[in-house]
Design a protein around this ligand. Sequence first.
Ligand SMILES: Cc1ncc(COP(=O)(O)O)c(C=O)c1O
Length: 309
Amino acid sequence: MTDRKIWRDGEFIAWEDATVHVLAQSLQRGSLAFDYISVHETPGGTAIFRLRDHIERLATTCRIVGLPLGYAVDELVEGCAETVRRNRGAKSVKISALIPSIEAELIPENPHVAVFIAAYDSERDLAAPNAEIRRRRREAVSLKIEREKSGRREDVIPPHAKVAANYTAAMTAKWRARNEGFDDIVLLDERGNLTEGPTANLFMVDGNGELATPPASKVLLGITRDSIINLAPAAGLECAERDIAADELASASEVFLSGTSAGVWPVVRIDGQQVGDGRMGSVTSQLKGIYQAAVLGDEPAFEHWLHYI
Ligand SMILES: Cc1ncc(COP(=O)(O)O)c(C=O)c1O
């Protein structure tokens, strides 16, 4: 058991005390809103990457789902910073907002939204029996395109909500892909266009050498995605946000995924076919490097993305 302390509604409690009842409303109804943020040791000190943007996304999720979040963005920003201060060596922050009350009705009479903030190092503090496999998957992804059906219904819950209920279809699809020997999967929208992976956004360098990613309306607004779009000009690139038909990936020279947990990571096979020469391409490598520099405070124009604790 780790010695980390978790922020619960403004107080610090022991890691093992940060529990909810099995009958808790959000557990039963899938209404837990959450966000995941990275923490870095930089020359200027410990910094949380784009903290305010993540907290604003959490507030947006709560608004979409209808969870009455009782905290201002500023309070949660400070709560995250304080949690990282109290948990030295943490590499990430997970903030969760949920209704813990136990009730029969779908709409709870006690709508108190509890907020938990945990700061930890997943390799040190979480069960990670397959850390090595996980690391390898981040170096060269074998991707499956979901063809059987759309994994998304944005008319039900928009993809912009980072809420537990939005991960069930994605998890099922990814499970199927894993059973078929793939590392990850990319989901399609109702028209057969690409959207995103279960926990990552998708980019490609298309047949014309242009960087492109599926449009904002179809995906979770990834903070890494936004960072790549903003950093691309530093690499002499513009990123188009546009519909991408599933078949277009076959002619892409480079494909990569983006997300907080691993930044930028290359896709080297899609549906069994090699992408490019089967290794990380030059654009992916360049963007990965620029992103890495930004999170570590080495891109002066983007220093404001760092929240020093
Ligand atoms: C569905 C989905 N898309 C994309 C992402 C990537 O978002 P970010 O870059 O903010 O981590 C995530 C992150 O967990 C996700 O769950």
